[in-house]
Design a protein around this ligand. Structure first.
Ligand code: SIN
Ligand code: FE2
Length: 216
């Protein structure tokens, strides 16, 4: 929750350009908050969050699930988009209308018309969970942007350059914020620092992130 003394907010524009082709849309998801959270509960019931294993054999601190025609998965054989949940062998839950509306609206607000995501990867961070710097490059089509929605506890987003060792900006992401990166920024390195403990009024001790991808 933001409070009166959160100086980050003072004079902050609604939309901030982070880099060419990349924007932070403050609070963009808030008007759809109730529908998004209700849909999230249903997805997590049908396809529970799980800690996946990387090809190198590490168990991720972030727990993941997906919705849409394909879901991002990792196991000892590699990273891929899979039309089925490997745990249940059933298709992933459908992409809820509220998710699609949010993703399309955010992409359009950042200058990407007609965004049509197949996949929504849902990350759940509990205190201490992190996501190290990486590029999103398992998608077939880099012409479409990534749309990333932050919910729950605030996270610190690392936004780097096209090379792993480029300087990295740190950006606080609050409940309802949306980051969009595409075009010349599509393959920028990014990650999330270890989540600080806290309690969010809607989600409790966690941060949830939705990333929408045109995967196929
Ligand atoms: C991701 O890179 O897939 C997620 C980033 C985030 O949690 O904000
Ligand atoms: Fe990513």
């Amino acid at each position: 929750m933001r409070d009166l003394f959160d100086t980050d907010d003072i004079g902050q524009p609604q939309h901030a350009e982070l880099a060419p082709g990349a924007a932070l849309l403050h609070g963009h998801a808030l008007p759809l908050e109730d529908a998004i959270l209700a849909a999230l509960c249903e997805i997590a019931e049908a396809a529970p969050f799980r800690h996946m294993v990387t090809p190198g054999g590490f168990t991720m601190s972030v727990a993941m699930t997906n919705c849409g025609a394909a879901g991002w998965v990792t196991d000892r054989t590699g990273y891929r988009y899979d039309p089925r949940d490997p745990d249940s062998e059933r298709p992933w839950p459908c992409m809820p209308d509220a998710f699609l509306t949010l993703a399309r609206g955010a992409a359009a607000a950042a200058g990407y018309a007609d965004f049509a995501p197949h996949a929504c990867l849902i990350n759940r961070y509990q205190p201490g969970a992190r996501l190290s710097l990486h590029q999103d490059r398992n998608e077939r089509d880099f012409a479409a942007p990534i749309v990333s929605v932050s919910l729950g506890l605030p996270g610190v987003f690392q936004f780097g350059g096209l090379k792993r060792n480029d300087p990295v900006r740190r950006i606080a992401l609050h409940h309802g914020d949306v980051v969009v990166w595409g075009g010349p920024s599509r393959l920028r390195y990014h990650g999330i620092l270890p989540l600080q403990d806290g309690a969010h009024p809607r989600l409790g001790r966690m941060r949830v992130n939705l990333t929408f991808r045109k995967a196929l």
